[in-house]
Ligand binder design. Structure first.
Ligand SMILES: [Zn+2]
Length: 504
């Protein structure tokens, strides 16, 4: 065989291997855009209102045991509003996990006019609302921020595929959700590497895969599956979006309707008058998050934030924090408050009560500050996974901290931190909320901090979990006068016993 013939034979074999197809990847991506209505029409979409969404969200970080399966949340009444032209997004939805139900509204909007406009966040839970930086948004619906809805929306991804997929490499056959698709590679508009799946029958963009950096999970391979394409004005858009991350189900939403370029979309991004001042500070780029240190007793403070709080214990030469909840920005706000009040005392320890994501969202930031993370042995696998996960897009405080970060220190059952006359005790026990759960006790103040079981000073009623807490306090022989809440406020222990007596 001559060299020339051998080359042709090899090329044919190569074509056979990639699915006997020589159609370039770019062509398939452009066909997908054409099937959706054409590039001009897709590029003319400035806003989308996707409404009537229902579905599930699986990676909430609410497992009831240290190594058990996560709970699945039901999402309903989802309204996703995208302002593609101005980089704004909002997510409004009801979330239900077991008995816990919440209405949430998260808005990534802009403060200021024209080119000077700066991104800010507005978060509303039930009827409480505040303005913050984009990082100050906490989302159960999207995990991080409605910004994800912008970065991963099908219109921008389809256009990016048509612009970036290889014009010379042939498409491959690759399975997606049980169906053989055509597959090519390219980049998103942000320059992230992405893989694109095209349905050979409908020509539509059937899905895409990309690396997502999640606030808790860190870098995970994410797959977005798009289906149920229906008319939206003169284009066709998917109404069903299923997401998996790290090969596990993550979320699945089905929208009843999508409307493009409805002037009403602008309303959701308006900044309410009473939030203008907060919004202006947030727009200047500094951390803006509610935080105050409220004195509980000598050397004991309540680090009171939006809905999730910490306990701060002062020792002669350092400070220990019990719980670093919610978000990195909250931990930074707490660290600032501590530095103002105790300028010479570093945060040496940060204790974890339980590994639910909303109660450990700040531990990576705490480790970045150099704090040792105190972890009950059974929580270690979950916490270590979070602390050791790489975070690249974007890097968070811990990813940037490199060699200066704090380490994990584990304990079994009980731990005591002592210096001078001050002591902090950590006690693990089995709670109906999560097993194990850790409560923190400061003997000098007879103060006890716990999360998610008893909500002090807000008129809460008794519950089986609260009754179990009272029993565990007795079992551990703790003399408690003051209850400090991870949620709620600070109240007398007698409030708990009264509520339990009423219940029985
Ligand atoms: Zn919890």
């Amino acid at each position: 065989m001559s060299m020339w013939i051998r080359t042709i034979a090899l090329c044919m074999a190569a074509l056979w291997l990639v699915g006997c197809s020589s159609v370039p990847q770019r062509q398939l991506a452009q066909d997908a855009v054409t099937a959706m209505g054409g590039a001009d029409k897709l590029m003319a979409i400035q806003t989308l209102i996707m409404s009537g969404g229902t579905g599930t969200r699986t990676k909430l970080g609410q497992a009831m045991t240290a190594t058990g399966m996560d709970q699945t949340a039901a999402l309903s009444n989802n309204v996703e509003t995208l302002d593609l032209a101005n980089g704004r997004a909002a997510y409004d939805y009801d979330l239900k996990v077991g008995d816990f139900a919440q209405h949430r509204h998260e808005v990534l909007t802009k403060f200021g006019e024209g080119d000077a406009a700066k991104p800010i966040g507005i978060e509303t839970i039930d009827n409480v609302t505040f303005a913050t930086t984009p990082e100050g948004l906490f989302s159960w619906g999207t995990q991080n921020s409605p910004e994800w809805l912008l970065r991963r929306n099908p219109v921008s991804i389809a256009l990016a595929a048509a612009e970036s997929a290889s014009a010379s490499e042939a498409v491959q056959d690759k399975e997606l959700d049980g169906k053989m698709m055509k597959y090519g590679k390219g980049t998103t508009h942000d320059g992230e590497e992405a893989g694109f799946y095209f349905d050979p029958e409908t020509k539509f963009l059937a899905g895409f895969e990309v690396l997502d950096t999640e606030t808790m999970l860190g870098n995970v391979d994410a797959q977005y599956i798009l289906s149920d394409y229906k008319d939206v004005g003169d284009v066709k858009l998917p109404h069903h979006i299923k997401v998996s991350k790290g090969d596990e189900d993550y979320s699945e939403i089905h929208y009843a309707s999508i409307v493009a370029n409805d002037p009403k979309a602008a309303e959701v991004f308006a900044i309410p008058g009473e939030l203008k001042q907060q919004a202006e500070i947030a727009a200047k780029g500094g951390d803006v998050f509610p935080m105050q240190l409220v004195r509980v007793a000598n050397g004991v403070y309540h680090g009171r934030a939006f809905r999730h709080h910490s306990m701060v214990v002062e020792f002669p030469t350092f400070v220990a924090v019990v719980e670093a909840p919610y978000l990195a920005i909250q931990t930074r706000a707490l660290a600032n408050a501590i530095e103002t009040q105790f300028p010479d005392k570093p945060i040496r320890y940060a204790a974890v009560t339980h590994p639910h994501f909303d109660h450990i969202g700040g531990i990576r930031a705490m480790a970045a500050l150099g704090a040792t993370i105190l972890v009950e042995k059974r929580h270690e696998p979950a916490i270590r996974k979070i602390l050791e996960a790489p975070h690249t897009h974007p890097q968070d405080d811990l990813a940037k901290a490199a060699g200066n970060a704090g380490m994990i220190e584990t304990f079994e059952g009980k731990k005591e931190i002592k210096e001078g006359n001050q002591t902090l005790e950590l006690h693990a026990f089995t709670s109906p909320h999560v097993d194990p759960m850790v409560m923190a006790y400061v003997p000098s103040a007879r103060a006890l901090f716990q999360s998610d079981i008893w909500f002090p000073a807000i008129g809460a009623g008794g519950s089986p979990a609260a009754a179990n807490l009272a029993e565990e306090i007795q079992k551990a022989k703790l003399r408690v006068d003051i209850m400090v809440g991870g949620h709620g406020l600070v109240g007398p222990y007698a409030e708990l016993t009264k509520a339990l007596a009423k219940k029985n």
